[in-house]
Design a binder for this molecule. Structure first.
Ligand code: SDX
Length: 424
């Protein structure tokens, strides 16, 4: 539990004073424990949770004003450039980076569980071929609890931790198969001789007719870094959804499926797909000025810009932009959409409308350009985000399950009808 500062907030209502304890964490704002407000017959009111800390957590810290993102204390730019995704997974789950032996053991366990129950492959057939892969992800991940009954005693920490590993291991297979199904190609099974990102790209792009298909190592490295940049982000909408679902005791597969559903929205993880559609609609640099006018009249939003927490650069966007330059150069791709994105960024960062609203590029602004360069189709962008964020969701789920917690049950400000009777 965080330290009680000894400080108190005094709330006075109709002459009565209520003392509300103030807690401090390791970093970031102190919090006011508002539980006792109930004694006053009032609720707090905070639609969108603009100023509400929903829980205590040790996993990720964000300083939105300074553009700082730490996972278990390590800055995201160091994790993205000095570790691989599975090392970051181990860190999020366990609190420390793995040593060589721990990394080998963790990688081996993940590799052993990349296959999914063979009956699940037939489960995909219930979807139309033109289904959005995110719709398939929500359905198939939710169905995992129908295929994996063992290790679901949520009181057993070994069961919880094993289920977390199972999800991290299987999510790339389900994601790749969600794509293969929509293009009518046969599923490609995971291979134990490939690393995590390479295995995913192999399942995405190999075919039985091309037995010698090799993943471009430049693409594999970029994919791995994109996974790391999306791994976790504190109490964002989808992680809060997972925590709320988990607070009811729902099984972890159902909780992660709820997180995938929440991530899909264009205001959240769906923004990466929306950025590419926006760049397609703008078409060329010549149209940027007229587009920006539509943004200012609020006809459209500049997708990939703005953030509830970052009122400075999203540190992930900086690494993503550097990666974008590296990948396009290494692959010899001259993508006009990158030039268009950079022009949009240049104009936005010098325009009063965006400056006074603290609107900066977020993680989604450049990711789509890299994913397109790797060959990932646009409708798979949010699936990639969900794949990468699964470790963050399940880390928060584990953290919540490892300590006493109450079911999440917010209240409301009711502005409906007074009680009335049916006159018949
Ligand atoms: C992610 O929470 C997380 O951590 C999420 C995430 C994670 O890793 O989990 O970081 C991932 O979801 C990144 C965000 C991806 N979404 C987008 O790129 C969609 C476009 N961005 C916006 O929809 C918006 O910026 C939000 C949803 C991200 C944040 O919205 P807020 O904090 O509720 O801010 P707001 O809507 O109240 O905006 C404040 C002002 C408004 O103008 P005024 O009413 O003051 O005149 O800024 C304007 C907004 O209209 N504004 C934008 C804008 N975002 C905000 N104007 C144009 N384009 C935008 N993108």
């Amino acid at each position: 539990m965080s330290d009680l500062t000894g400080k108190k907030a005094i709330l006075e209502i109709d002459g009565t004073k209520y003392e509300l304890p103030i807690y401090s964490g390791t970093m970031g704002p102190d919090v006011i424990d508002v539980k006792d407000i109930l004694k006053s017959g009032h609720f707090t009111f905070d639609p969108g949770f603009m100023a509400t800390a929903s829980c205590e957590s040790k996993i990720t810290f964000i300083d939105g004003n300074k553009g700082v993102l730490l996972h278990r204390g390590y800055p995201i730019d160091q994790l993205a450039t000095k570790t691989d995704y599975l090392e970051t997974c181990y860190l999020l789950l366990n609190g420390e980076l793995p040593n060589e032996q721990q990394k080998t053991e963790f990688t081996d366990v993940v590799r052993k569980h990349t296959m999914v129950h063979d009956q699940m492959s037939r489960f995909f057939n219930g979807f139309r071929r033109d289904a959005h892969p995110m719709a398939i992800m929500v359905g198939v991940v939710g169905a995992l609890s129908a295929f994996y009954h063992n290790n679901l005693d949520m009181e057993d920490v070994d069961h919880r931790e094993f289920t977390a590993l199972r999800l991290i291991a299987k999510i790339p297979t389900i994601a790749a198969w969600s794509y293969k199904y929509t293009i009518g190609q046969p599923f490609i099974y995971p291979r134990n001789d490939l690393d995590y990102a390479e295995n995913f790209l192999h399942m995405m792009f190999a075919t039985p007719a091309d037995r010698d298909y090799k993943v471009n190592p430049i693409c594999a490295k970029a994919m791995d870094r994109i996974f790391t940049l999306h791994a976790d982000h504190e109490q964002n909408a989808s992680t809060s959804t997972v925590r709320l679902a988990g607070s009811t005791g729902a099984n972890p597969y159902a909780c992660i499926a709820a997180g995938i559903a929440a991530l899909w929205g264009p205001a959240h993880g769906g923004a990466n797909e929306a950025v590419l559609k926006m760049l397609d609609e703008i078409g060329s640099v010549d149209n940027v000025a007229s587009f920006m006018e539509k943004v200012k009249t609020k006809e459209v939003k500049l997708m990939g810009f703005g953030h509830r927490v970052y009122k400075n650069f999203d540190p992930r966007a900086k690494v993503m932009k550097e990666t974008c330059d590296e990948v396009l150069e290494a692959l010899g791709i001259n993508d006009p959409q990158l030039e268009l994105a950079m022009e949009l960024e240049r104009i936005a960062l010098s325009d009063e409308y965006f400056i006074e609203r603290n609107l900066y590029p977020n993680v989604d602004f450049y990711s789509g350009i890299i994913l397109k360069a790797i060959g990932i189709p646009t409708e798979m962008f949010t699936v990639i985000f969900a794949l990468a964020r699964t470790v963050g969701w399940i880390s928060h789920w584990l953290e919540m399950q490892s300590a006493p917690h109450k079911i999440g049950r917010p209240r409301q400000l009711y502005t409906g009808e007074q009680q009335r009777n049916i006159e018949r």
